[in-house]
Design a protein around this ligand. Structure first.
Ligand code: SF4
Length: 412
């Protein structure tokens, strides 16, 4: 499973948000976007079709049975058009489909007045490794999602969807442009699910080969800071009448500032993969990269990882962003190896060469040379740690969509 994820770490967080402007102007535009986000926070509309609890409650209130809800989901999953029809046209399509499937006629007007699609694709930027989407939420705020294309040697194509769980982020990691925004809002479970649905419809609409096979919470935001919505969205991702993915095809990426939430995820969704963005196994160095790491020691973090590894039975996955002269020294390799070798079960380390971002530029961060990256990798392997260099995370540089590069900039 792990090998199928090309982008790793807090991908979008690392990927960040950048649609059409250059990195040098990103900070200015980021401020404008923040302003827009605040100004557009007044739209109201129907509840989302992907608000599973609301749909279930509505069904109960209307005396509907389980198979009726399945019909709703079937129609909802196949009906959204990327051409953005009017709400009236959209309702007409849904109505016709529901009628054709013998859904109780008397309930249809009420269903379609109370529920609808609430998120919209506003911007798409293609890159070599996939595409990056600017998605507007019902309240007018924006997030980004990424469709990552994988092509196997036999020509089979599959996609990973990288979703956002928050608008902005409170964690302020030094390499990450999302962190420069601060936390603007929390996404609902429905808004998380709608991101996946929109990208799925895009693949269908464009007649692209292949299907979505993985979902990674590596977009804007720290997923464990929006735990309940993320947990509820996983119910939708794995729901047989919705996206139907196995839990092991879902990865939650965290910078790990809460041992309690890592353990809660292990208890409540043990088959969901956890990716810990470690970035340094030296506490002081880690705190420089991830300021929120000040609230948790490496021992506590290791303990939470071990707890998760025991519950999942699959070991631990660590993400390590390699930054020239910052966390690529021999001391860092030794500390990382020591941290990994102490863990319960197998540990897999993804080494991610830093991609230039505006946020990282402020700290003078640079990508290590290929030789330095390979040397770090070799030393880690020689110490007995399983590690891979994710060279592929650089594939999206042409669209500023590679790991760490997304900066939501073009929303006006
Ligand atoms: S947790 Fe850190 S890396 Fe992830 S989105 Fe927030 S600021 Fe960025």
């Amino acid at each position: 499973m792990r090998s199928s994820i090309l982008f790793t770490s807090c991908l979008l967080s690392l990927i960040e948000r950048s649609f059409s402007l250059t990195l040098t102007s990103g900070q200015r535009i980021s401020s404008r976007m923040r302003k827009n986000q605040n100004h557009q926070d007044t739209r109201r509309g129907p509840k989302s079709f992907f608000d599973l609890r609301a749909i279930e409650q509505w069904g109960e209130e209307n005396g509907l049975k389980e198979h009726h809800l399945k019909t709703i989901y079937k129609v909802v999953m196949t009906s959204y058009s990327c051409d953005r029809p009017s709400r009236h046209e959209e309702s007409q399509v849904l109505q016709d489909k529901l009628r054709a499937l013998s859904f109780p006629q008397a309930c249809i007007p009420n269903l379609l007045s109370e529920f609808g699609y609430t998120c919209t694709i506003r911007n798409i930027q293609q890159s070599q490794g996939g595409a990056k989407f600017g998605i507007q939420l019902a309240n007018g705020k924006f997030v980004e999602s990424v469709l990552i294309r994988h092509e196997r040697n036999n020509g089979d194509v599959r996609y990973t969807v990288c979703v956002s769980s928050q608008v902005g982020c409170a964690k302020k990691c030094s390499f990450c442009a999302t962190g420069t925004m601060g936390l603007i809002g929390q996404l609902s479970s429905a808004e998380i699910l709608e991101q996946i649905h929109l990208l799925q419809q895009y693949v269908k609409h464009k007649n692209l080969p292949g299907k979505i096979r993985n979902v990674v919470f590596m977009g804007m935001g720290e997923p464990l800071d929006n735990y309940d919505a993320v947990h509820e969205s996983i119910r939708g991702i794995t729901h047989q009448c919705l996206f139907g993915l196995k839990a092991k095809k879902v990865t939650v990426s965290t910078v790990g500032s809460s041992a309690q939430k890592i353990k809660a995820l292990a208890d409540e969704a043990p088959q969901v993969c956890l990716a810990l963005s470690l970035h340094s196994a030296i506490q002081s160095s880690r705190e420089k990269l991830i300021p929120s790491a000040v609230s948790i020691s490496l021992e506590e973090l290791g303990d939470a990882l071990d707890y998760h590894a025991k519950k999942s039975g699959r070991g631990s996955m660590l993400e390590y962003l390699l930054i020239n002269g910052v966390n690529d020294s021999n001391d860092e390799v030794d500390s990382l190896a020591e941290f990994c070798l102490k863990r319960e079960g197998n540990v897999y380390v993804n080494l991610i060469p830093y991609n230039p971002t505006l946020a990282g530029d402020n700290f003078g961060y640079q990508t290590p040379s290929d030789e330095r990256i390979s040397d770090f990798h070799d030393k880690l392997k020689a110490a007995g740690v399983k590690a891979l260099v994710r060279w592929s995370t650089q594939n999206g540089r042409d669209a500023n969509g590679a790991c760490g590069q997304l900066v939501l900039t073009s929303i006006t």
